[in-house]
Design a protein around this ligand. Structure first.
Ligand SMILES: Cc1cc2nc3c(=O)[nH]c(=O)nc-3n(C[C@H](O)[C@H](O)[C@H](O)COP(=O)(O)O)c2cc1C
Length: 191
């Protein structure tokens, strides 16, 4: 490829790129579960951030990924501790999502948790599921880093998931149906 075609290709790529706002709007259409990613800093103090950029990657071996902002308080501790726990939130844990996305200094105040057996990372009480992971690889992804985690333990609880879609927390239709069903059923069940 000569220099002229390289320059043309670059111009074309620049023309084809979308603005951050457009990208955010499109991504907001993707309904996501909400997780709290926890770890420990060099002093052993819990650190955590709300994250929806979480995904399963592979079954054999089991691998998952989470994308974490390099400018956030949790990023450095993740690199130092080399482990994290994923806490998948239940529908009634919206307050935990807000708490761990806030700028509050002690975000763990009044939050019930236990240290994971394998990594010491906080496992939040009442989570829909929790998973301790050892960091297998870290890849750069723009202003975030992609942490590839190999699960060391899993714990699955009961309940319905907290869902984030188009900038708001949502109920799954199945939950709404269940509630409507309960509402309709309760008077007759009393008779
Ligand atoms: C619903 C929701 C989803 C979020 N998802 C992510 C994410 O996937 N990755 C990330 O780095 N930050 C994500 N954030 C932002 C972080 O939670 C937030 O910037 C961080 O906890 C602020 O912490 P800091 O004070 O350590 O910077 C999300 C926030 C909200 C409310």
């Amino acid at each position: 490829m000569n220099l002229l075609s390289l320059a043309l290709m670059r111009t074309q790529m620049a023309r084809n790129s979308v603005e951050a706002e457009q990208f955010r709007d499109a991504m907001a259409s993707f309904a996501a579960g909400v997780t709290i990613i926890t770890t420990l800093d060099a002093e052993g103090t819990p650190q955590a951030a709300t994250a929806t950029a979480f995904s399963s990657v592979s079954l054999s071996p089991p691998l998952c990924l989470v994308c974490i902002d390099r400018r956030g308080r949790t990023h450095g501790p993740l690199l130092v501790h080399g482990c994290f726990a994923v806490n998948i939130l239940r529908a009634d844990q919206e307050w935990l999502s807000a708490r761990f996305a806030s700028s509050m200094p002690d975000r763990f105040a009044d939050v019930a948790w236990q240290p994971g057996e394998h990594t010491g990372c906080p496992l939040l009480e009442g989570a829909l599921a929790s998973m301790e992971c050892r960091i297998a690889e870290v890849h750069s992804g723009g202003d975030h880093d992609i942490f590839l985690g190999r699960p060391a333990s899993v714990r699955v609880g009961g309940g319905s998931p907290l869902v984030y879609w188009r900038g708001r927390y949502r109920d799954l239709p199945v939950q709404a149906e269940a509630r409507a069903g309960q509402g309709a059923a309760s008077p007759s069940s009393r008779t």
